[in-house]
Design a protein around this ligand. Structure first.
Ligand code: GLN
Length: 488
């Protein structure tokens, strides 16, 4: 087995035990990338020389044995909407051109401080808008389980990199499902923390009232370890909270007896792939056998979530993306005056989906339509959040499918944005309500494509989600299956 196949916690332990060096581990990861990324296309930018320098520095710290950071010497990939000082950052958009950020995102700074090795930047849907990674201005990433299928999105590159051992773990962002849905599509673990748990300073903003940073990993323990490393208050992000960060990895042990699991009836409706429903229901049965109490609950405003999201998210995006004007970053069109510079730079620089959202967002915020759309959407958003508040009076976690289907074929939904938007029907309401949620593997369909189960928790109760997910994972074998990329 290649060292690149190790989990984060295994790799960290073995590094600290001196079984191999960070340079060896980093070399193994780059070998794996060289062997597979021509087919998968997970990475937009690789940073081999800098990574090896970081690995050498980590090896010196490891030899000194005065540092027990679990990330020390471990190669990690970043979605390409994290600012990385001096390393090209594109958000998979032409408009950022060869943008070299002048500083690191707070989460990147934390990873570096903990001694992690930054492998490179992974592909995504342009500005994190999409569910298939096909909206990238550069190329589409392929699903390691079937190269003709999408890896999910928008963190599709990160999910594919983790699933194919092109890194030990990765960080993604999730505004409406972009960590969890690709995690489900690629058979890995993805955790969207509570809004405010992790700093977004230095993340290229999409919809600021929902964007969150989170781990994408090979197992649940790794998600706990990585969350612990990136969570916490950041004075540079006023939405990050100052609650102490629990030792998530210490809380994984223990059973789930007596835990109350809610199953929302609105999430099991027509349109879901039969095998997804069967797998999630079987998983719920397993939780019951482990002593959890399972109860049907209702989240009555679920049916409005997608509509509300595409008003709120596009409104915020239209404002956030106003800064890409051809003057401050990236590419600038040659034009006769300032207005024409804005117009042509934006027309050339943004892709079709981003333009669609800027137009929709500008429309719902415009005088005359603001009350009818934006304000109404914000009111319904409050109702959606209240549904969760009510539900969590009766249960400790909520379990649902992560996505209605397994990964679909490349190109299947690119002509129909509304169909694409439905990929996030089970993840979006969680962002609207600010809750934490994790996706983990719970089965395969008849084509051997992974199926994801979503575990939603109370605000700031990532610990309970992780404990339940870890328990389920340890009593099943799903996380041990890996894609056979060489065979295809
Ligand atoms: N797929 C959703 C969208 O297109 C969510 C994206 C995200 O979470 N960044 O907006």
């Amino acid at each position: 087995m290649s060292l690149a196949a190790l989990t984060l916690h295994d790799a960290g332990e073995k590094l600290r035990a001196g079984e191999f060096t960070s340079v060896e581990l980093t070399e193994a990861v780059f070998e794996r990338i060289a062997a597979t990324d021509e087919r998968i296309h997970a990475y937009l930018t690789l940073d081999r020389e800098a990574a090896l320098a970081q690995a050498r520095a980590a090896d010196a710290r490891l030899r000194a044995k005065d540092d027990d950071s679990p990330l020390l010497g471990v190669p990690i990939a970043l979605k390409d909407n994290f600012l990385t000082q001096g390393l090209r950052t594109t958000a998979a958009s032409k408009i950022l051109g060869e943008f070299l950020p002048p500083y690191d995102a707070t989460t990147v700074r934390k990873l570096r401080g903990a001694g992690a090795v930054i492998v490179g930047k992974t592909n995504l849907d342009e500005f994190a808008m999409g569910s298939s990674a096909e909206n990238s201005a550069f190329f589409s990433t392929r699903n390691p389980w079937d190269l003709e299928r999408i890896p999910g999105g928008s963190s599709g590159g990160a999910a594919a990199a983790v699933a194919s051992d092109q890194c030990i773990a990765a960080l993604g962002t999730d505004t409406g499902g972009s960590i969890r849905q690709p995690a489900a599509c690629c058979g890995v673990v993805g955790l969207k923390p509570t809004y405010g748990r992790v700093s977004r300073y230095g993340i290229i903003a999409f919809a600021s009232s929902m964007d969150q940073v989170g781990p994408m990993t090979k197992d649940v323990r790794d998600a706990a370890v990585l969350l612990e490393a990136i969570a916490g208050h950041d004075p540079a992000d006023s939405t990050s909270v100052s609650r102490p960060v629990p030792r998530y990895s210490d809380g994984l042990a223990g059973d789930i007896k007596g835990l109350r699991v809610g199953i929302p009836k609105e999430f099991f409706v027509a349109g879901m792939q039969a095998e997804v429903e069967q797998s999630v229901r079987r998983a719920i049965g397993e939780l019951e056998k482990s002593g959890a109490g399972v109860e049907e609950i209702s989240l009555p405003h679920t049916e409005y979530a997608v509509a509300v999201y595409y008003i709120v998210a596009t409104a915020e995006a239209s404002s956030n993306l106003a800064r890409y004007d051809g003057m401050r970053y990236g590419c600038r069109a040659g034009a006769k005056d300032l207005t024409e510079t804005y117009r042509i730079s934006r027309a050339d620089g943004f892709g079709a989906e981003v333009k669609r959202r800027i137009m929709l967002g500008t429309y719902v915020l415009s005088a005359g339509y603001y009350d009818a759309y934006y304000l109404k959407a914000q009111r319904v958003r409050t109702l959606i959040r209240r549904d969760f508040d009510e539900a969590f009076k009766r249960c400790d976690v909520i379990v649902t499918p992560t996505a209605p289907t397994t990964a679909f074929n490349l190109g299947a939904k690119t002509q129909d944005p509304l169909q694409m938007y439905l990929s996030d029907i089970y993840t979006i309401s969680i962002n609207l309500a600010g809750m934490p949620a994790l996706s983990l593997p719970c089965g395969f369909d008849q084509d051997c494509m992974p199926i994801g189960m979503q575990v939603i928790g109370k605000h700031f109760d990532e610990a309970t989600i992780l404990r339940l997910a870890h328990h389920y994972e340890q009593t099943t074998e799903w996380h041990k299956k890996t894609p056979k990329i060489e065979d295809r």
